[in-house]
Design a protein around this ligand. Structure first.
Ligand code: HEM
Length: 341
């Protein structure tokens, strides 16, 4: 590897592991934020505010000064900002020193997801916000957020010295912080969160907030699908309580328990908002809180499962301002910091 002295261009383009980790954290924020702005488009009935794509209206890229057009266009601008965050994650992974292939691959995963989201967004408009497109659009945004949280998590691991082929991997073996069956419980929580969230999108696609009066609704009983959604939530809650109780019994490390507590608090908060909104006719502002908490809960659940293993010699955590809804309210460090050995 040429040193900075040998190649001044290298000096300019280097990123330290800590700086790259901050770039990854910005990606987590940006991908969480766009879930909220996307919901704002739906909840204000602005889904077809820009009838065309990628232009807003025929050859007009910028939206006319109309309420729905400006909101939809605003969300497209946020997509631009998210795209920049993802480009930064990819470029950053190539100038991070030392360079790590796992981080490069994960950052390219974000690019693939973003392209799929942009195409799906365009198809959603072309199909007048038909429920399957909107549901897939929401679920894909959670896959992107999952990718971003994993990238941020792995960027927190120390680097091993390069191997014989000059490749750098995370330092040390993966070390479980809890017994194997508890690791499985952690993964089960991610699956049960995904099921609860998917059923939430079914409720939304059956309910009144379709994003535009022209958007057709699923012909299901709103009461029935809300029952399935809340039943999945109760299963998620039961599994979370069982997992945390068993973690206490095996003396799991403090930061594992801290993340578990945050997960439980968010889950109870989200459940409360869910019932409140359901029994008060799903007011748009409450649904916006529900979606924001759903995105936060997803990031925290994924981080909880990731935090059940560690790699020795992990670098000190970056203390992030993290998940949109929880920043400042709770111990930010407990949210997205990798577990230390
Ligand atoms: C862990 C707890 C929960 C999570 C993670 C969650 C997640 C979600 C998600 C992701 C959506 C779809 C949002 C969208 O498509 O934009 C949703 C919608 C909804 N959820 Fe939940 N939910 C939870 C608890 C509940 C509970 C306990 C109820 C009570 C019945 C509930 C009622 C609803 C309703 C009525 C909607 C439709 C809102 C609309 O019309 O847009 N949720 N939920």
């Amino acid at each position: 590897m040429e040193s900075a002295a040998e190649n001044p261009r290298n000096a300019r383009l280097r990123l330290s592991p800590l700086a790259y980790r901050r770039v990854c954290l910005f990606g987590v924020w940006a991908l969480g934020f766009i879930i909220v702005t996307g919901a704002a488009v739906r909840l204000t009935g602005s889904g077809l505010g820009c009838p065309d794509w990628p232009t807003c209206e025929r050859n007009q890229v910028v939206a006319p000064w109309q309420y729905h057009a400006v909101i939809e266009f605003g969300n497209r601008v946020v997509t631009g900002a998210v795209s920049l965050a993802i480009v930064a994650a990819v470029l950053g992974s190539s100038v991070r020193r030392p360079r790590r292939r796992d981080l490069t691959w994960l950052s390219w995963g974000l690019v693939g997801g973003l392209i799929a989201q942009i195409v799906l967004g365009g198809e959603s408009v072309r199909h007048n916000l038909a429920p399957p497109f909107i549901m897939a659009h929401f679920m894909l945004s959670l896959v992107l957020l999952f990718n971003a949280v994993v990238l941020y998590h792995r960027a927190g691991f120390d680097d091993a010295p390069p191997d014989a082929r000059g490749r750098v991997r995370p330092r040390g073996p993966v070390t479980p912080l809890v017994p194997a069956e508890h690791l499985i419980m952690g993964r089960l929580l991610v699956v049960s969160a995904a099921v609860a969230i998917f059923l939430g999108t079914v409720v939304t696609s059956t309910g009144p907030h379709g994003g535009d009066p022209k958007a057709r609704r699923l012909e299901l009983s709103l009461h029935r699908v809300a029952q399935f959604h809340s039943a999945a939530v109760l299963l998620f809650l039961g599994l979370t309580v069982l997992t945390l109780w068993r973690m206490v019994r095996v003396g799991a490390p403090a930061e594992v328990m801290r993340r578990g507590e945050l997960l439980l608090i968010l889950l109870l908060l989200q459940g409360g908002v869910g019932y409140l909104q359901y029994f008060s006719g799903v007011p748009t502002w409450m649904v916006a809180i529900h979606v924001t908490l759903a995105a936060s809960l997803w990031a925290v659940t994924v981080q909880f499962a990731l935090g059940l293993t560690t790699r020795p010699d992990s670098r000190p955590a970056v203390t992030p301002a993290t998940a949109p809804a929880t920043a400042g309210a709770l111990d930010a460090d407990a949210v997205l910091a990798p577990a230390k050995a």
